[in-house]
Design a protein around this ligand. Structure first.
Ligand code: ASP
Length: 402
């Protein structure tokens, strides 16, 4: 249920996005003067992530009671992540084939690509990224996957040692509630932060004229990505309705602040505290929320997967390289892996795309073709990433009896 203050916050967020867009569009570079306010908001959000993820995963897993339930919740979550990500890539492939965005693109327009090799990840790297030799260092570097794995194992161990474990779990339970309270306070600052983030970013991109010119040059590509993202959002809404039996509008109202923050920050990890708050307000079961969301923010990226498929086909078309069905199937698998491997930070998908390009033997320089508007599409895909995670929490919550 939405209270008056929630409704006011949602309206303030909408106003902030529109006002930020207008300010950046018309005043361009001058809006750099508010960049620090956006930075302040972003940094404050990031400050919440580690304690929130730790407390949330430990209490979420411990709350399941016995290990078999963890297996069920884990399998359901991973099954949901895998299916929706694959569907997202398939939609991306479909859109790229329909729109043919790369046909006739001027190759000379490619911007220089900053050493894409750095992001080359393979299957072994993906598996290795689950562990880290030093859990404190992993937390310090915000490497969330090893932290999450460690917390799952720790929570499982805590439930097996009786009263001593219960004390530790109670501690994390208190920490979790306190973190959610802090997030609630931080949300009040969100409209100002969002305004500054949008205005400064659009300003840095050269203001309105430059943005319109960049968008026009890559219009068909942007349309293919955005129409794909909208199609996927409609599909997720359908899943929410059918599998979680929830009203889409009601859910969107609760998650509005999180989705708009995702758009403004281009980071699903930084948005995680607000996603948690939104899903909590929507009344999704505690256990599902605490387990599904942190994991989802790190591995489940439908928007990224979809965008990678469109981008790779765009590059192939631009270079006049025909990708047959087999090659496109390879894109399906590798783009799914690349999305899982992408961190929830700005432009991470652009880096892991190297893996998909390598798999189908496309020139890495092709990335330079899409660089100009990636900052904008990143925001769109991050919004869908966060929506996908929250729909997952509702579905898993319902299917595990919450
Ligand atoms: N920025 C995206 C996210 O945080 C990842 C990406 O696609 O670059 O979800």
């Amino acid at each position: 249920m939405m209270g008056n203050s929630d409704r006011r916050l949602l309206i303030a967020m909408l106003v902030a996005i529109v006002a930020g867009g207008c300010a950046g569009f018309f005043w361009g570079a001058a809006m750099q003067s508010v960049a620090w306010i956006g930075q302040l908001f972003l940094t404050a959000l990031k400050m919440m992530i580690v304690p929130l993820v730790v407390a949330s995963i430990i209490t979420g897993v411990a709350g399941l009671g016995d290990v078999r339930k963890l297996g069920r919740m884990g399998l359901l979550s991973v099954g949901y992540y895998a299916c929706t990500t694959l569907i997202a890539v398939a939609i991306g492939l479909l859109m790229a084939n329909l729109w043919q965005p790369g046909v006739g693109v001027d190759l000379a327009s490619a911007a220089a690509v900053p050493s894409p090799k750095a992001g080359d990840v393979g299957m072994a790297d993906l598996i290795l990224s689950l562990v880290h030799p030093n859990i404190v260092a992993a937390a310090a570097q915000m490497k969330l996957l090893p932290l999450i794995l460690f917390c799952i194992l720790l929570a499982a161990a805590l439930t097996t040692i009786g009263d001593k474990g219960a004390v530790v779990i109670a501690f994390f339970d208190g920490l979790n509630d306190a973190m959610m309270r802090l997030v609630g306070w931080l949300m009040l600052f969100a409209p100002i932060g969002v305004f500054a983030l949008i205005a400064a970013k659009l300003g840095a991109a050269g203001g309105g004229d430059a943005f319109v010119a960049q968008l026009a040059a890559l219009a068909r590509y942007a349309l293919a990505v955005i129409s794909g993202l909208l199609t996927h959002a409609a599909l997720l809404s359908l899943l929410l309705l059918l599998l979680a039996r929830r009203s889409v509008l009601g859910y969107l109202k609760n998650l509005g602040t999180a989705l708009m923050t995702a758009f403004s920050t281009a980071s699903s990890s930084a948005t995680l505290p607000l996603t948690m708050e939104g899903v909590q307000a929507a009344g999704v079961s505690e256990r599902a929320r605490r387990f599904v969301l942190p994991l989802g923010a790190t591995v489940n990226m439908d928007g990224t997967a979809l965008y990678e498929a469109v981008a790779v086909l765009f590059i192939a078309q631009a270079y006049g390289i025909e990708l047959g069905l087999g090659q496109q199937m390879l894109v399906l698998v590798t783009a799914t892996m690349a999305a899982i491997g992408a961190a929830g930070i700005p432009e991470a998908g652009l880096v892991t795309m190297v893996m998909v390009l390598n798999a189908v033997g496309l020139p890495l320089d092709g990335i330079g073709l899409i660089l100009a508007i990636d900052w904008f599409l990143d925001r769109c895909r991050t919004t869908i990433n966060v929506f996908g995670d929250s729909v997952g929490a509702a579905i898993v919550g319902r299917w595990t009896g919450g």
